[in-house]
Design a protein around this ligand. Structure first.
Ligand SMILES: NC(=O)c1ccc[n+]([C@@H]2O[C@H](COP(=O)([O-])OP(=O)(O)OC[C@H]3O[C@@H](n4cnc5c(N)ncnc54)[C@H](O)[C@@H]3O)[C@@H](O)[C@H]2O)c1
Length: 335
């Protein structure tokens, strides 16, 4: 029998522990955190597991084949590298690494050792996001003109990375899968109101060779918890609202058409099309459960993951460029 393990039992790790503890084919065997108090908090909830405060115990257990890394971003590279060198398949939380050089090295090690290396870009396992991708590709949505994201609220405030690395990583992973082309440059504006040197509010603009513009607003300092994505197409528009309980996706049959002016050859006038709004039924799922099941399926059936190391690297490259823009007076950084 082969087993799984989770490293990092802070805010997010316990979600992986809950989901993995329900899996039959690769049962959860061990959880690890260097902070004893995090393990003590979980001891009553999950029984029959090994509790470690040093992840070397996991490295040396040959029966553990699949490991989730849910530790702070700056620790990912070192822990994931050791796991891969000990022939473990790894699901690493987002953002994958803190530099693209680190990500490239991990991808190479995984490839050389024929291991699954997956990055936890949870939104790509969300049925509403999957519905939107299908809708845009397979219906009369038209061309995507511009997209804007808002991911704001009051905390949780981190001190290991800024809000760009914490929250914008989600929106970057969504947009990279939504449109076929890649951004060519990035401009970011940010401010640190809460902790010196750690931006808590960031506005990010991705520019493309086509006319497409993508704007992201991420903040830990905002009165309202907002999680929205608005996609404006030339035929329709879609709004994703992740906070809404059962109306997460709205499709607006709105747009602007060109009408020929009667009598005058070659002249057009704009006509606003203010059509209906539809709210499709989308079966809700737990994205994290789907993500974990996909990870185990890739290991057991030798499949390629949807959010592999290369996908994680693409997100890190944009974060790095945005950080460079923040650090250098909001300059435009080419990708
Ligand atoms: N996909 C999502 O929606 C989502 C949501 C929240 C967090 N995350 C990601 O999950 C990761 C963890 O975030 P968090 O909010 O749980 O952070 P956290 O700080 O609450 O928890 C991290 C835990 O890792 C432990 N840790 C640190 N170094 C360790 C080491 N060397 N060995 C063992 N344990 C170690 C810490 O003691 C802490 O308990 C981050 O990469 C974050 O971006 C993802």
């Amino acid at each position: 029998m082969k087993y799984s393990a989770v490293i990092g039992c802070g805010y997010w790790g316990p979600n992986f522990i809950r989901v993995l503890s329900q899996q039959k084919f690769v049962p959860l065997k061990a959880i690890c955190d260097c902070d004893e108090t995090k393990l003590n908090r979980l001891s009553g909830k999950f029984t029959g597991l090994n509790y470690f405060n040093d992840y070397k115990e996991i490295l040396n257990d040959d029966s553990i084949t699949a490991v989730v890394v849910s530790t702070p971003v700056k620790t990912h590279y070192k822990i994931v590298k050791e796991l891969l060198l000990h022939h473990k398949h790894v699901l690493c939380e987002k953002p994958f690494t803190y530099t693209s050089e680190e990500a490239k090295e991990l991808i190479e090690i995984a490839k050389k050792n024929n291991l699954v290396l997956m990055v936890g870009h949870t939104f790509l396992y969300n049925t509403s996001i999957q519905f939107i991708y299908d809708w845009i590709k397979n219906t009369a949505f038209g061309n995507v003109l511009y997209v804007h994201f808002t991911r704001t609220g009051l905390g949780p405030v981190r001190s290991d990375v800024n809000v760009l690395w914490d929250l914008a990583s989600h929106d970057i992973s969504i947009i990279l899968s939504l449109v076929n082309s890649k951004p060519v440059s990035v401009i970011a504006f940010g401010e640190n109101y809460l902790q010196k040197g750690i931006d808590d509010v960031v506005f990010l603009i991705l520019q493309y060779n086509e006319n497409l513009i993508v704007k992201m607003h991420v903040s830990w300092l905002d009165p309202c918890k907002i999680r929205t994505m608005t996609i404006v197409g030339d035929k329709q528009m879609v709004v994703f609202d992740d906070v809404s309980l059962n109306e997460k996706v709205r499709i607006y049959d709105k747009g602007v058409d060109y009408q020929p002016r009667t009598g005058e050859f070659g002249e057009f006038q704009l006509s606003l099309r203010d059509g209906g709004i539809s709210i499709p039924f989308i079966k809700p799922n737990e994205p994290l459960k789907q993500e974990v099941e996909h990870f185990l399926d890739c290991i057991l059936n030798n499949k390629k993951t949807l959010t592999d190391g290369l996908n994680g690297l693409e997100v890190v490259k944009i974060l790095e460029a945005a950080q460079k823009s923040l650090d250098n007076g909001n300059i435009k950084v080419q990708l």
